[in-house]
Structure formats: C-alpha cells, structure tokens
Design a protein around this ligand. Structure first.
Ligand code: NAD
Length: 321
C-alpha cells in the first residue's frame, strides 16, 4: 500500500485530497495546525503540528517503513482577497517557513515525489480578453500581491531541490477553487463561498454587498476537479509549474447571479469598496490538458453542489448551534 502525507489536511482542498487518496487505496497521514473544521478527516492518522517548526516537519515526515511515497504540501497561511491584502507579513513569514522546512526535510529524508500547491496569483494583472499566458510567462514576474510572490519563491525553491537533490517535484498553480467544506465566513473565505453565504443570509428581495463594481473576471474550479488534477499531475511526467483551472471566465456579477439563481432568490446587489485584486487573469490550461485532465463541473453545477452546504452552515449559525 502506498503511503502519502498531506500537509494542510485540515483545510479545504487538503481535506478533499485526503478523501481522493483514500479512494485510490493509499494509507494517508494528514497534518495541519488545526483539525478540520467541517468534517472528520478521512486520513488513517491525523496529527496537529505547526509546520513552521522544522522539528514538526521532520515528525510529520517520519513514518514506519518510510519514507513516504508521496508528499502533498498544501499547508499555507491563506485566505481570500480580504485576507491576502491585510495579512502580508503573516503570508510572507508563515507560508515561507512551512515551505522552506518541508521541501528541505522531504528531500533529506529521501521522499521520492513531492507536490507543491502554488497559485495563479503568481501572474500579473491582465485585461479581460488578453491572450492566455503560459506557465513560463509568469516570468518576468509582477504578481499583484505578496501571496503570489511567496508562491513564486516556493516554486523556485522546490525546483532547485528537484535539480540538485534528485527529488521528483510536481507543482500546480491552482485557480480559484470552491466547493463544500471550505471556509465560508470569518474573513478568510473566498468569493464563491462568500457569495453563497451572503445570498443564503439575505431575505427574498434583500440586498447583498459585493466588493468592487462586479466587472472583475475570474474563473473557478470545482474542488473534485481540482483534486483529480492534483492526482493526475503527481503521477505524470510534467516538470515545472502547471496551471489547473476551468476555462470558464465569469464576471463577479455573473457569479452573484448564478448563486441567486441556484438559491431561487431575487436579490439586489450593492457594490461597495473593498479589496478586489486583479481585473482579470487569463492563463492557458494546455499543459494539464496534455495529460488528459479536463474539468467536469462548470460554475452553475458547482454552485448547485456548494450552495446547499453553505446555506446549511448559515442556518445553523443563525440558530446558534
Ligand atoms: P485552507 O486555508 O483551507 O488550507 C490550508 C491549510 O493549511 C489550513 O487548514 C491551515 O490550518 C493549514 N496551515 C496554515 N498554517 C499552518 C502551519 N503553520 N502548520 C500546519 N498547517 C498550517 O486553503 P485551501 O483553499 O485548502 O488551499 C490549499 C493550498 O492551495 C494552499 O497552499 C493555497 O495557497 C493553495 N491555493 C488555493 C486556492 C483556492 O482557491 N482555494 C487557489 C490557489 C492556491
């Protein structure tokens, strides 16, 4: 039985990735600084460890009959635009420390295959309709935020370990990912979960506040598609960074409309000032397509799977349970 370590297993994508690895027949250890908030972990063993500490990284990586066959590094101090623009020092300090210690110790402990979760936040701001950028065009670099710079640094560090220490490294640049069992309130939530929460909390005919003017363009990848992409990439020969995203570009206004339609509610939208991030990011998915991955869940379908879960959390919170 193959053994996998998932760092960030108490988080959104990490939690879903653990389930995927279990379905694929792996023995899985999950590690995170906290337990999963929304579902018991599907991992065979789960350890609460602060991976900013090097000793804890070694502890996470130590396993009977080791080393781990595969390590998936998804732990990061992370959140939506509100968090990214207010917690620059935390991101640059905490996520960098996790990545520095994890990749170094995984390589020192002879892990053969290492996955790193990067982000399309490494790309510069773009205008809607600009030609799609390939992975290589992230350089010369001009990310819009410190989160993107940290990811670029961590990518380059992981690639240095691949070149010089012989560990196979796979890197995905995730697009905005959404689905059930992700952060939906508290300041770290991302746009799809935030919109679902606002619409669920609004009365019929009520008003929801949305940051910006609704014209920013994004694309969103459903979490099941994302973890399939991670698994396929990890077992492929694709070196270097690889974008994983659904090629459906939608404006923030279209996202709100989709959520309201799925909810069966009429809501008014009030655009307010807030951290919006880039106007658009258009990037190519050709590399991940080349290994046979395609998204299966498009926005309306994905929101139909996500909204009921967020609405249930909102109801519970309102009921005080
Ligand atoms: P998440 O916040 O739900 O998961 C990250 C997990 O890392 C959290 O559970 C958190 O507790 C854990 N963590 C933070 N600091 C830690 C520490 N010191 N030690 C151990 N664990 C720690 O976020 P997610 O959406 O599941 O994202 C997973 C990865 O994917 C992250 O690296 C993120 O940057 C990347 N990513 C996510 C998206 C997205 O849209 N969700 C997009 C691009 C990239």
């Amino acid at each position: 039985m193959k053994k996998a370590l998932v760092c960030g297993a108490g988080g959104f994508i990490g939690g879903h990735l653990v389930k995927k690895l279990k379905r694929e027949g792996y023995w899985v250890r999950g590690v995170d600084i906290k337990e999963h908030e929304f579902a018991p972990s599907a991992a065979d063993t789960f350890e609460v460890l602060d991976l900013r500490e090097e000793e804890n990284c070694r502890r996470a990586l130590t396993v009977d009959g080791g080393p781990f066959d595969e390590v998936y590094q998804l732990a990061a101090d992370m959140g939506g635009m509100g968090f990214i623009h207010s917690a620059e020092c935390e991101i640059m300090h905490n996520s960098a420390l996790i990545n520095i210690h994890m990749v170094h110790n995984a390589s020192a402990m002879q892990v053969p295959r290492y996955f790193f979760s990067s982000s399309v936040c490494v790309y510069r701001d773009m205008q809607p309709g600009e030609p799609e950028m390939t992975e290589a065009e992230a350089i010369p670099a001009h990310p819009d935020n410190e989160y993107g710079w940290e990811k670029l640094y961590a990518e380059r560090m992981a690639l240095a370990y691949e070149r010089n220490r012989g560990m196979q490294v796979r890197i995905a640049r995730f697009q905005n990912c959404y689905g059930p069992e992700g952060t939906w309130t508290g300041g770290r939530e991302k746009a799809p979960a935030a919109m679902c929460r606002k619409v669920a909390a609004a009365p019929e005919g009520g008003t929801v506040e949305v940051w910006g003017d609704g014209t920013a363009i994004r694309s969103y990848t459903y979490v099941d598609d994302m973890v399939d992409g991670i698994f396929m990439l990890m077992h492929s020969d694709l070196h270097g960074a690889v974008n994983i995203g659904c090629p459906q570009y939608v404006s923030v206004k279209e996202l709100v409309d989709t959520v309201a339609e799925v909810a069966g509610k009429t809501v008014k939208v009030k655009y307010v000032e807030g951290p919006v991030g880039v106007q658009s990011r258009n990037f190519s998915n050709e590399r991940i397509y080349s290994i046979g991955w395609k998204p299966r869940v498009y926005l309306e379908d994905g929101i139909a799977r996500t909204y009921p879960w967020v609405a249930e959390q909102v109801q519970r919170a309102q009921a005080g349970s």
